[in-house]
Each structure stands twice: as structure tokens, then as C-alpha cells.
Write a protein that binds this ligand. Sequence first.
Ligand SMILES: Cc1cc2nc3c(=O)[nH]c(=O)nc-3n(C[C@H](O)[C@H](O)[C@H](O)COP(=O)(O)O)c2cc1C
Length: 308
Amino acid sequence: MKPKILVVYYTQTGQLRQILDSILSGLKDKAEIDFYRVEPVNPFPFPWNALRFFDTMPETVVQLPCEIKPLAPSVKDKNYDLVILGYQPWFLNPSQPTTAFLQSEFVNLLKNKNVITVVGCRNMWLHAQEKVKEYLSAANAQLVGNIVLTDSSPNLVSLLTVIRWAFKGQKEASGLLPAAGVQDADIDNASRFGHIIYKHLNENSLGDLQSELLMQKAVQLRPGLVILEQRGIKNFRYWAKFIREKGGPGDPNRAGRVLLFKNLLLVGIFILSPISALTAKIKQFIKRKSLLRDVEYFKQVQFEKGRM
Ligand SMILES: Cc1cc2nc3c(=O)[nH]c(=O)nc-3n(C[C@H](O)[C@H](O)[C@H](O)COP(=O)(O)O)c2cc1C
């Protein structure tokens, strides 16, 4: 009998679906694969306008997500051998549709199941994955693997291209800037993970899956990212609270604070970032040993509350 795999995912531009299709490309004839796309009742706009984009931050950070459409009944009734959860971080947290799924009754699908997370993002995913681990643990699901595909361009370059992509809808290279998002070659090469997943599923050895995925570079992580995310999440929490004091999503009363957040974030990223990169490097040097322990932890699938 072919193993049954359920793929639960959200994607706005289609990038995450491309990644999942590539990973599963070698398994089409070997497994029964069902896809369930999480869909917001009111879809988020793409391309975004700046106010709406930054107005999405507070509720994403405090985990008060959008409403999603119900699950197809056919999915509910099957007994899956493996669930793959594909998602992307928004503002260092799971995207709102992902959080909505993880907070909904549909998460019961994952109860007592082996789960593999697949993340497709710019390059900051650690805090989001810790949140996902926490939801999975609350749902009594067993996280057995994690695959992360990021944009491998330098940090500031990927910021410029993601801005062009989000606000103009242009993913393709232009001028001096490369294409936005995860590089096509990295998406194509993700097919190597499917064979490993199938082998461990078939041999009933999913407990050893993550070690083998890591040997195949399923997660690549620089120690500096840990510091940047720790700083970023503190700021986002502060701003989320400050903005929400003036109202809920889209409330004109909070637009001033949202725009202030936007401007300060852009100043922080483009003007202060050489300074913060330098202080992060110094911190990295001083705290080298504990950072290396953090990197090891974040590459694994175990969950320890309060690590980020
Ligand atoms: C509102 C918003 C916030 C985002 N925040 C992050 C982030 O914190 N870290 C990151 O690496 N990428 C971030 N991204 C990029 C996404 O993770 C993702 O790569 C991109 O939106 C394409 O995903 P898709 O499959 O939904 O089209 C953000 C994108 C959006 C739209």
C-alpha cells in the first residue's frame, strides 16, 4: 500500500507551492498525496500597498490571525501517514493564515501524526519556527523534520528585492538587482529531500529523518541570525502593542503609528544596519559558544520553550 501524505500549506505568490512540488516530485507514483491549501476568507492583497502591509504586523505578532475557509471533508476522513506543513514567516512569526490554521479545530488532523515543516522565506525564520513547534506540541503532533529554503542573496540585496516583489509584484531581476525570493536552482534542487523523506517513511525510521536532512543541507543557519531575530522580535512586540492601543486592523486611528513603524523600520534596516551588523558581530564573538549551541538547537526539531 502506498503511504498517504497530506500537505497543508499557504502561499500568496505560489512560491511555497513550487517548493513543495519540487520536494515531492519524485514521490508522485510512490505515495498518495493530498494538498490542502489554507485560504483566508478575505485574501491578503498582492502586490501590497505599504499601509496594509505594515498594518498586518501587529496582529501577526500577537497571533490574532485572519479568518480561514473550512477544510474539505474528504481530507478530514483520511488517515495520513505523514503531514507536511508548508508555511512562511511574516514579521518573524508564522504568516497569519498559518497561525489561523494552527489555532483552528482543523489542527486536530495533525494529532498523533508525524509532521515535517517546510519553510520558504527571505532569511528570518527562527522565531516563527519556534511558534510552530509550540503549536504542534500543543496539538500532540510529532515534528520529525524541517526543511528551510531562503533567499541566498546578501541581506540588503534580498531586502531590496523583497520590497520590489511585495509592493510592485515584480519577482524578476531588474537593473542591478537579482530576482527576488528563493533562487530557482535551490527550488529545483529541493527534490533531493523527497527521496530521503520517502526512505524514512517506508522504513519506519522518521526519528532519524532530520539528521539525514541536515547532512543534505536542509537547514543552513548563520549564528548572526540568532542575534538579529532576538533584537527584531523584541522591537516588533513593542510596536505591536503600541499600534494596537489605537485600534484593530485597518482602523484609521492607528494609521499614524503604523506609518511611524514603517519609517523607523526602514531607517533601522537601511541606515542603522551597518552599525547593528557590527554590534551583532561583536556580540557573536563574545558569545560564540552559546551562539553555536543555539545554532545547533535551531537546526533540530526538538522544542524547548523560551529559546527565542
Ligand atoms: C507581510 C510579510 C511579512 C514577511 N516577513 C518575513 C519575515 O519576517 N522573514 C522572512 O524571512 N521573510 C518574510 N517575508 C517573506 C515571506 O516569508 C515569503 O518568502 C514570501 O512572502 C513569499 O511567500 P509565498 O509562498 O506566500 O508567496 C514576509 C512576507 C510578507 C508578505
